[in-house]
Structure formats: structure tokens, C-alpha cells
Write a protein that binds this ligand. Structure first.
Ligand code: HEC
Ligand code: HEC
Length: 434
């Protein structure tokens, strides 16, 4: 209650649809540049993959292919046959995440912030997790797969964007002598652009600016719109239906959802982001259809591989290693904004880090009954089969599973449905009809 009143008076009024369109057209030159980069297919080894290929606005800034979401939920990279290991989370509402850090709570280190499911885009490089994050995909061999950061800078410097890279960053950012074979090199795996030490230094600096430009766009009002029915409701411009209100109340009370998908203002006073940027192990089962299990070249463990989440990242950091064990299996709490945004009715979306779940109802049912149903015989049981058998498969990572806030919520079927209905109010693009 207190939170709601506070929000109602501190929130700026959400924009009307017409004003939103106007706002989108009023992107700053920095944001326009970032947008061009975000949507540029040429920024990949085979000229076929941009950020938007895995983060499409119409699908709530996540994966746009229904058939993929219905199965392995992991997207193919620019090089055919190569897949990553996780489901793309929404790339919207990622910019408010603070730099990864920890606070001591109840004598334990509680990690907060970063980007990616495991927080490994910490924000320590560029002062902003989303900017750090944006440096990854262009060069990731299972994503855009360009062989050298110089290729990204070369392509961005020579692209025909409405706002050019030099307009935003100055002509020095592209003052580089490119070798004559640069196009060929940038289309070749494992190749390296031959540059003078000075030009290499310029490239490294400009590459950071590419990351900052992408983050500028990701922080813009076109991406983080705060224009859902729920935002209008908080601003007092529209009422929720009876069932939506019931769901909202359960979200805050019996469902315990708001413990982690918090309703407080964001770090800079933003409207609720539905995440506190902490990490948790919900005991989500493996997704048996994850194509990563068969990527022998990248995943020598085959189908024994498990996603260790935050703990897996902390293990690799000398300064954080001592906290790795207690964080194995924990994934970042995702925003719930645009959860059900889809390009057309019947389009399947995948949920949680490995896309095990295919509907929001299944997720809520899992929170409700994880610990009351028997364990399925096989840990590789897909969700539909588990539901048919009345069981849940074992957790992908059986340690550190949160049993205090979920697992046996004692919600009725109607209460589960009401929560699902409430979650449908969080999609941007809501039209105020009268
Ligand atoms: C091949 C698909 C693919 C491409 C291309 C891709 N991403 Fe992603 N993105 C993912 C996946 C998968 C994750 C989660 C990875 C992880 O957690 O390890 C992710 C995570 C993210 C996140 C983190 C969100 C959060 O809240 O932590 C952001 C932001 C993001 N991507 C933006 C981008 C940008 C910007 C680009 C282009 C430079 C891009 N992505 C290209 C699949 C993709
Ligand atoms: C203890 C903290 C916590 C609580 C309580 C919690 N969640 Fe979550 N939620 C998470 C984490 C962490 C994930 C990601 C887990 C993963 O991918 O393995 C998640 C994922 C989700 C997802 C998938 C989102 C996506 O983009 O893939 C949905 C939907 C969701 N939660 C809804 C709810 C609802 C509804 C409730 C209340 C019934 C709830 N959560 C309670 C922490 C929590």
C-alpha cells in the first residue's frame, strides 16, 4: 500500500500513444546511432545477424521465432549450426541494472546487478552493465562471430547510418588506416586485421564507444517505454479489471512474487522494473531440447552440462571465488515487463534462463507446486510431459534451491490464473481508449 501511494505521486504521467510515437521520433542523435547498430545485420561474419535477430521488439525484445521458443529456446548464431546455451532475456529494461556488487545480508554476500543471466557483464569496464554487455555478441563465435573488434569498428565507421559514428564520436574515432583486405579478413573466422599500434589503440577505444552507443539506445524511451496498462494504472489513468487486481494482490501477498520482482522504484527512481537485480536458484529443470548439449566443439560435457549461473561466473573471478559455491545455480531475476508481448496470437514464448517453460501459466504453476508434486523419473522430461505425468523434473542445479519463497504456495487454480492475468498488464504499447 505504502509503495503504491508513493509511486502514484512520484511517477511522471506515462505518455499517450501519440506522444509516444513522437517521443520515439525524438531519439537523440546518440540514441539513433545506437539503434542503427542494434539493427545492423552487417555486424556479423555472414551479414545475417544483428542484436535484434535475438531481441525483437515485437516479441518483447526477446527471440522472434515461435518454433525455436517452443523447443530448445536457444538461438542460432551467424555461423549456421552454432547455438549458445541460454534463452535470450529481454534486452529492454536492462540498462537500469547497477554495476555488479555485493552487500552483506544475514552474514551472506548478496550479489546485485550486472547484465546476462549470470551477471558477468558487470559494468566494471564501461561503468554500465548494458554497455559492457554490448561488447560481447559481435565477437562471440556462437553469436555474431566477427573475428576481431576492428571488424566491428570498420563496419560501423563505413556504414551508411542516418547519424554516423563520427557525428557522435568525432572524426578521430574512425581515423584508422584500414588494410586493403579488411573485408575479406572480417569474413574469415580466426582472422585478425593487421593494424599499426596507434590504429589498434584507436580501434580499442572506438569499440568501447560502440558499446556505449548501443547502451544509449537501450536506455531510450523507445526501448524502456514504461507504457503498459500497469503504468497507466499507477498514474491513475486507467483501472485494472477485477481479476487483474486480484492477481496484483496475490503477486504482492500469497504468491510472494514481489519479494524478487519488486514493485519499488528502480535505482534512479524509475517506475517498477519487476526485478531487484539479485540472483536466485528456483530449481528450474533442464531443458532437454537445449541444442547446447550437442555442441561438442563448445561444450565438451555434452548432456551432463549444467548451467551454474552466477556461481559459475564467480568461480572465474579471483576476488569473488570464495562466494562461488553459495551462488551455484542462481540466475538473475528477470524483469517481467513485456512478458507476454508477442507478434501474433499463438506465438510461443519461452521462459526462464533455459526456456524450459512455454507459458506464463506453467511458470506460476511451477512456483506453486514445485515441492508438492513427485519428482519425474527422468531429469530430461519436457514441460508438457511433466504436466501430463503430474510431476516436476529434478532441478538443473540441485544446490542453493530457494525453498523459503516458492515451491508450495498453496494457490488455487483460479489464483494462479489471476496472477497470469495480472502479468498480462505489463506489456508496453497499451492504448488508452477513452
Ligand atoms: C544469437 C542470439 C543473440 C544475439 C545476436 C544477441 N543476443 Fe543478447 N542475449 C542473448 C542471450 C542468449 C542472452 C543471455 C546470455 C547469458 O545470460 O549468458 C542475451 C543477453 C542480452 C542482454 C542482457 C539482458 C539482462 O537483463 O541481463 C542484453 C542487454 C542483450 N543481450 C543485448 C544484446 C545486444 C546489444 C546485442 C548486439 C550487440 C545482442 N544482445 C545480440 C542472445 C543474443
Ligand atoms: C526468490 C525470488 C523470486 C520469487 C519469489 C519469484 N521469482 Fe520469478 N524469477 C526469479 C528468478 C531468479 C527467475 C529466473 C530463474 C531462472 O531462469 O532460472 C525468475 C523468472 C520468472 C519468470 C520468467 C521470466 C522470463 O523472462 O523468462 C516469470 C514469468 C516469473 N519469474 C514470474 C514470477 C511470479 C508470477 C512469481 C510469484 C508467483 C515469482 N516469479 C516469484 C525470482 C523470483
Amino acid at each position: 500500500m505504502r509503495i503504491r501511494t508513493l509511486l502514484a505521486c512520484t511517477l511522471a504521467l506515462p505518455l499517450s500513444m501519440a506522444m509516444q510515437d513522437a517521443a520515439a521520433q525524438m531519439l537523440s542523435p546518440e540514441e539513433v546511432l545506437g539503434k542503427s547498430i542494434f539493427f545492423d545485420l552487417d555486424l556479423s561474419i555472414n551479414g545475417n545477424q544483428s542484436c535484434a535477430v535475438c531481441h525483437t521488439p515485437e516479441a518483447g525484445w526477446t527471440g522472434p521465432i515461435s518454433e525455436i521458443n517452443a523447443g530448445g529456446a536457444v538461438y542460432e548464431g551467424s555461423i549456421p549450426g552454432r547455438f549458445g546455451n541460454r534463452k535470450p532475456p529481454s534486452s529492454a529494461y536492462a540498462t537500469p541494472s547497477p554495476i555488479l556488487h555485493f552487500v552483506i545480508e544475514k552474514k551472506e554476500a548478496l550479489f546485485i546487478g550486472g547484465n546476462f543471466w549470470d551477471g558477468r557483464a558487470t559494468g566494471e569496464k564501461l561503468g554500465n552493465p548494458a554497455a559492457d554487455q554490448a561488447l560481447g555478441p559481435f565477437l562471440n563465435p556462437v553469436e555474431q562471430a566477427l573475428p576481431d573488434n576492428a571488424c566491428v569498428v570498420y563496419k560501423v565507421c563505413t556504414a551508411d547510418y542516418p547519424v554516423s559514428f563520427t557525428e557522435v564520436w568525432g572524426f578521430e574515432a574512425c581515423a584508422i588506416d584500414w588494410p586493403i583486405d579488411v573485408d575479406e579478413v572480417c569474413a574469415t573466422e580466426g582472422a585478425f586485421v593487421d593494424l599499426s599500434p596507434e590504429d589498434r589503440a584507436t580501434v580499442d577505444d572506438s569499440y568501447k564507444k560502440v558499446g556505449l552507443s548501443v547502451a544509449d539506445y537501450e536506455a531510450s524511451s523507445e526501448v524502456n517505454q514504461y507504457a503498459s496498462k500497469f503504468d497507466y494504472y499507477l498514474a491513475g489513468l486507467v483501472d485494472l479489471t477485477k481479476e487483474e487486481k486480484t492477481g496484483f494482490n496475490l503477486f504482492k501477498s500469497k504468491g510472494k512474487c514481489a519479494n524478487c520482482h519488486v514493485l519499488d522504484p528502480g535505482p534512479d527512481g524509475e517506475p517498477p522494473l519487476f526485478t531487484d537485480f539479485t540472483f536466485d536458484n528456483l530449481g528450474v529443470p533442464r531443458n532437454p531440447e537445449n541444442p547446447w548439449y550437442d555442441q561438442a566443439a563448445f561444450n565438451p560435457e555434452g548432456d551432463r552440462w549444467v548451467d551454474l549461473g552466477l556461481g559459475g561466473f564467480l568461480e572465474k573471478r579471483v576476488d569473488y571465488q570464495r562466494f562461488a559455491q553459495e551462488n551455484l545455480g542462481k540466475q538473475k531475476v528477470p524483469t517481467l515487463r513485456n512478458l507476454t508481448k508477442r507478434p501474433y496470437p499463438g506465438f510461443v514464448k519461452a521462459f526462464t534462463h533455459n526456456g524450459y517453460f512455454k507459458t506464463v501459466k506453467q511458470v506460476v504453476h511451477f512456483y506453486n507446486t514445485r515441492d508438492t508434486k513427485p519428482t519425474c523419473l527422468s531429469p530430461y522430461t519436457p514441460v508438457e510431459e511433466a504436466l501430463a505425468q503430474g510431476c516436476w523434473p529434478a532441478a538443473e542445479v540441485p544446490v542453493n534451491v530457494n525453498t523459503a519463497e516458492l515451491g508450495n504456495l498453496n494457490l488455487s487454480e483460479e489464483q494462479e490464473d489471476a496472477i497470469v492475468t495480472f502479468l498480462g498488464t505489463l506489456d508496453d504499447g497499451f492504448m488508452l481508449s477513452e
